[in-house]
Write a protein that binds this ligand. Structure first.
Ligand code: G6P
Length: 611
């Protein structure tokens, strides 16, 4: 979703801003623009619809110079993608320029008010009201104008602001939309996400809600909503820029699929203990675990699918009712949550607007809250607190379609299920030990599964023109199928649907006809016979069935399917984690075979920071 960058220093701003926008482009966008203050204190703006290359070309024919500026990649919310709707937006005189992530909910009333005051709007965006509002409030001090403006804005925003009357200053503000700032050697930087800053500085400050920041050559000053100075500790980013680069792979998605064995290992390592029953990593005491009555796991997209894995696993091992729910539904359905219940938000980015709102709703209702999160210092992690955040150590995930984050989220869910089962006494010690032992071998097995890539490439070359694909499975395999269907539709634009195999007869079977493709996941021996009879119903209608199947089950499956992609044997609980790899590779290979923009699928954003 939209990206923001800002710069003030001694160097030319435009190339630095463009480099930052390039680093943020993975988030998804439909237009881009920059504004730079030149030597005569004039703000020059360049914007272009479409890919960043269009803006690069525009800057070649029409360059802008100066050492202070802001930049933006836009993902349309109010108004179609166009040159005019692209940010930065300015006031009528062009003396104030603004970039904005988020949504201003009261933009209509502000627009009416400002129009009556003489403002002339040229775009359809909610952002433009901020530029006119700042102009209206500006009485020679942008800090004061910005503080007054944020007291009038309702909704979410991360803002970058420059003003021709204060040409050496960059202002920022945030509410419910991430913004990081950093300084080094007389230069200051701002961005909506860390990768845009990493080549300049590793020590950053996360602005908090309703705070503003003033960045100039002497450094950074942060103020709360009343204008009182605040001090923030510097956060040191310890991951490398190279881990956010492609490293020889054709796409980030492929690189991240291949990073899964390492991600699995890194996520388990800090939780591995030599002492049985030691769950120091889990902020739940054995007594609390025994008293728990229900868990709600709430998330969006892929993270929600990891939540469903959690539901199956925790209910099975810890005998505790678990609801897995989509955050956008949870937040508005007047959820019942109370004493002895636990709410877990799952989010790769830690910034997803609906997940954050659902978390706040659960907190407001007095629930105990935790998070499973990949980005240290993200809003969700900070609101829950580090002690209550189970971090996944997948490393930076750049491809819009999530792969390694899902893998580690599902791993944490399984670990949680084992720990709760142990603490609640619903899982015998020998089984706990065996499971934890096996978890150590999972990365090696995941390496093995990556070898299915060639097979899937061949398969995709024969199947890439399919218009529909069904994914079926039972139990944990159904949870997996949901993720597989999402992955395929995200990156290849093929209509794909997941069904519990037992549900096929209740409707979807009407769509089966010769040539239809059905991908079955078969990792659960106890459900094998049931699944096979469902698959026979599918093949009887002429559909083509390919199975992702555990090695040890292959012989029983062979006669019921056209093709098998085998994965190494593993415990029933872990085999689905291995099976997801060929499903991810399948989506990837199909997308490549169809010539899709794998890392930046149309209309999608990596981090959805608006509702
Ligand atoms: C977007 C992304 C998905 C992601 C979802 C939730 O839709 O495109 O890949 O699963 O948001 O994101 P989160 O950061 O909360 O896990």
């Amino acid at each position: 979703m939209c990206g923001i960058v800002g710069y003030i220093g001694q160097r030319e701003a435009a190339p630095i801003l463009m480099d930052g926008l390039d680093k943020l482009s993975y988030r998804g966008y439909d237009s881009a623009g920059i504004a730079v203050i030149d030597g005569t204190n004039k703000i020059n703006v360049r914007k272009a619809k479409g890919k960043l290359e269009n803006l690069v070309n525009l800057l070649e024919t029409s360059p802008i110079t100066g050492c202070v500026g802001i930049g933006h990649t836009r993902w349309a919310t109010h108004g179609e993608p166009s040159d005019i709707n692209a940010h930065p937006h300015t006031d009528v005189k062009g003396g104030i320029a603004v970039v904005h992530n988020g949504i201003i909910e009261n933009h209509e009333s502000l627009r009416n008010f400002l129009t009556a005051e003489g403002a002339v709007f040229i775009s359809q965006t909610d952002t433009e009201v901020i530029a006119h509002l700042l102009n209206h409030l500006y009485k020679g001090n942008m800090k004061q104008a910005l503080l007054r403006a944020i007291s009038m804005l309702e909704g979410s925003y991360a803002l970058g602001v420059v003003c021709d009357e204060e040409p050496g200053v960059l202002y920022c503000a945030r509410n419910d939309s991430p913004l990081v700032i950093g300084e080094k050697d007389g230069e200051c930087f701002a961005a909506s996400d860390i990768p845009a800053l990493l080549s300049h500085t590793r020590d950053v400050i996360f602005l908090k809600d309703k705070e503003i920041a003033r960045l100039d050559k002497s450094g950074i000053s942060v103020y709360d909503a009343y204008g009182t100075p605040c001090q923030h500790p510097l956060f040191h980013v310890d991951w490398d820029i190279s881990s956010a680069e492609k490293g020889g792979y054709a796409h980030y998605m492929l690189k991240e699929i291949h990073e899964q064995p390492e991600a699995l290992q890194k996520t388990y390592a800090p939780r591995r203990s030599q002492n049985p029953g030691d769950y120091a990593w889990l902020p739940i005491s054995p007594e609390d675990a025994r008293n728990l009555r229900k868990i709600s796991i709430v998330a969006c997209g892929t993270a929600y699918h990891a939540g469903i894995v959690g539901k199956y696993a925790i209910e099975r091992l810890a005998r505790l009712p678990v609801e897995a729910e989509i955050a956008s539904e949870y937040r508005y359905r007047d959820p019942i949550i109370g004493e002895n219940e636990l709410f877990i938000a799952v989010s790769q980015s830690g910034e997803t607007a609906d997940t954050l709102a659902a978390l706040r709703e659960a907190k407001r209702r007095g629930a105990r809250v935790m998070a499973v999160c990949n980005v240290v210092g993200s809003t969700i992690a900070r609101e829950v607190g580090d002690a209550n955040t189970l971090y996944t150590y997948a490393g930076p995930e750049i491809a819009v379609a999530s792969t390694k984050a899902y893998m580690t989220q599902a791993e944490v869910m399984l670990l949680l299920a084992i720990a709760l089962g142990d603490m609640r006494g619903t899982l015998p010690r020998e089984r706990v030990d065996a499971l934890l032992e096996e978890l150590v071998t999972l990365p090696k097995k995941a390496e093995e599964v990556l070898k299915t890539e060639e097979h899937l490439q061949r398969f995709a070359s024969t199947a890439s023109q399919k218009k529909h694909v069904f994914f079926v499975g039972r139990g944990l395999d159904y949870a997996l199928s949901m993720e597989a269907a999402l992955k395929l539709k995200e990156v290849s634009y093929i209509f794909s649907e997941a069904y519990a195999a037992g549900e096929l007869k209740h409707g979807p079977i009407a769509l089966l006809q010769p040539g239809r493709l059905v991908v079955a996941t078969i990792t659960q021996p106890s459900l094998l016979d049931k699944t096979l009879s469902n698959l026979r119903e599918v093949t009887a209608r002429g559909a083509r069935v390919v199975a992702i199947c555990r090695e040890s089950l292959q012989d029983k499956v062979r006669d019921s399917v056209e093709e098998i992609i085998a994965i190494p044997d593993a415990d029933d609980l872990f085999a689905p984690l291995l099976a997801v790899i060929p499903l991810q590779l399948f989506a990837y290979c199909m997308a490549v075979a169809r010539g899709c923009d794998v890392d930046k699928p149309r209309n999608l954003a990596k981090s959805v920071t608006v509702e």
